[in-house]
Design a protein around this ligand. Structure first.
Ligand code: ATP
Ligand code: MG
Length: 458
């Protein structure tokens, strides 16, 4: 890597010498002759290393360190002090410098220090990049999950950002359908317009029509004044039709008409109104089957099924369990002012084996209860409710940690994908649903040798 070095030193001879020496090391340097100039330069570029003289015309270099740490935390600081001032060097390191050398110094001495500083700068950048990559992969908005299906969901969510496409979200109860619907709305052009929820089962059949389309005064007994329906409230924004699989045939017909004509009419009214809404629907029913059984209109199904997002049940994506546990502990700690740090390994093993019929919602509720009730920093097995005390079904971790096991799984999947792709990383990455760069990092991290796999395939 070709590094960028900022040299803050006022001595012209030293400046000249350092510039030459750095050039020889293939490092690009910029000079500043005073602290004030250094401050200006600091904000101008992403410096890898800052070489800081102690004695400067307008102050001492150590006083400058906190400012660097604050505005350029990724820059590695090396301080130059006069010979025999170890005291000062120690002060500099305490203030946050990474290393120092004393003047006068030999070229090799400087080279060694700079080499190490550059290596550190490279590592810091790498860590930052990996952290960002991980951040981008483990969640999208408030949606947590690192499993392949969840990352596929994020990919789709990113693709449909800023569009008006109709989305049908399917998945068992508690898998996060509403959470996803809200996120889609917040990432659409309509984000500043209303997001209106309509739960198709919560409303009695007789009232659903007036709830959806509104009514005129006197339309029926009890209609004392006219009222807007959900579609009107959502005008310009998004309507979320929840539990769509539970709509009665009459309502289905009416909703279909709105979707086709984009026009509504109040109950008891005669003037049609133009409506502009984006539709997101959700169901935990299998609509294809409902269509086959004749309980759900096929034409409505096609209108809704433009883009489908399926959320798999939690038991089908156990990789997400540890992340979700951590997330819900954090949330419960914040909400109830607790300091629970986590669950024991044994508890995690129970969680991984448990089928979570209520999915993420069940876990969220359980974690909140466990955090509130916990008497220690770590939630242990004794805190678990009876239904989770299924010790025979718990997989034997054989003394391995969860990290070990996940790493083993990751390694196995990557090796398999490489083998199937004849060692071609681009192809293997595609197979795994990750970027080539991400695959490359994983290969490095796990110490897999793709060349070896290539040879063993051929
Ligand atoms: N991937 C996730 N990350 C973080 N929280 C989640 C996730 N999935 C679900 N949740 C949380 O779990 C709870 C249930 O989610 P949500 O209400 O969206 O589920 P649902 O699929 O609509 O369920 P139902 O079919 O019962 O209506 C919510 O509190 C939600 O915030
Ligand atoms: Mg829901």
């Amino acid at each position: 890597m070709r590094g960028k070095i900022l040299v803050v030193d006022d001595d012209p001879d030293m400046q000249f010498f350092l510039k030459k020496a750095l050039e020889k090391l293939n490092l690009e340097s910029t000079l500043a002759g005073s602290l004030s100039e250094g401050k200006v330069r600091l904000s101008e570029d992403a410096w890898d290393v800052i070489l800081l003289d102690y004695k400067l015309p307008d102050g001492n270099g150590i006083g400058f360190i906190p400012l660097i740490k604050q505005s350029r935390p990724e820059a590695v600081i090396v301080v130059m002090t006069a010979f025999g001032s170890r005291e000062l060097a120690m002060q500099a390191i305490k203030a946050g410098a990474y290393d120092y050398f004393t003047k006068p110094f030999k070229l090799e001495e400087m080279e060694v220090v700079l080499h190490r500083a550059m290596e550190r700068a490279r590592l810091l950048r790498e860590i930052q990049r990996l952290r960002q990559e991980r951040e981008a992969e483990v969640h999208w908005e408030r949606i947590i999950g690192y499993s392949t299906p969840m990352r596929e969901v994020y990919r789709v969510l990113k693709r449909i950002e800023d569009t008006d496409i109709t989305v049908l979200i399917t998945g068992e109860s508690g898998t996060g359908k509403e959470l996803i619907a809200e996120a889609i709305h917040r990432h659409s052009k309509r984000k500043d317009e209303p997001f209106v929820k309509l739960n198709c089962v919560a409303i009695p059949e007789g009232l659903l029509e007036s709830e959806l389309f509104g009514y005129e005064k006197g339309a029926f007994t009890g209609a004392h004044r006219k009222k807007e329906g959900k579609f009107e409230q959502a005008h310009g924004g998004t309507i979320f039709l929840d539990e769509i699989g539970d709509m009665s045939p009459t309502t289905q017909a009416k909703v279909l008409r709105v979707l086709q004509d984009k026009v509504i009419e109040h109950v008891g009214g005669t003037t049609p109104r133009q409506i502009d809404v984006r539709i997101i629907a959700a169901t935990n029913k299998d609509l294809t089957k409902a269509v086959k059984d004749g309980t759900f209109r096929e034409d409505l199904f096609f209108r809704l099924n433009v883009m489908t997002i399926h959320l798999p049940p939690l038991r089908k994506r156990p990789e997400d369990i540890p992340l979700l546990v951590e997330h819900f502990i954090d949330e419960a700690n914040r909400k109830h002012n607790r300091q629970v740090r986590g669950v024991t390994r044994e508890v995690m093993a129970h969680f991984l084996a448990y089928p979570w019929p209520g999915n993420v919602r069940e876990m969220e509720n359980l974690m909140e209860r466990l955090v509130v009730m916990s008497e220690s920093e770590w939630i242990d097995k004794t805190a678990l409710p009876d239904f989770l005390q299924i010790s025979e079904d718990t997989p034997d971790l054989e003394g391995k940690s969860l990290t070990d096991i996940l790493e083993e799984m990751e390694r196995a999947l990557i090796v398999e994908a490489l083998r199937k792709s004849a060692g071609i990383q681009a192809r293997a990455a595609k197979r795994l649903g990750i970027t080539e760069r991400s695959l490359w990092h994983r290969i490095k991290k796990l110490g897999i040798d793709p060349e070896f796999i290539k040879q063993s395939v051929c």
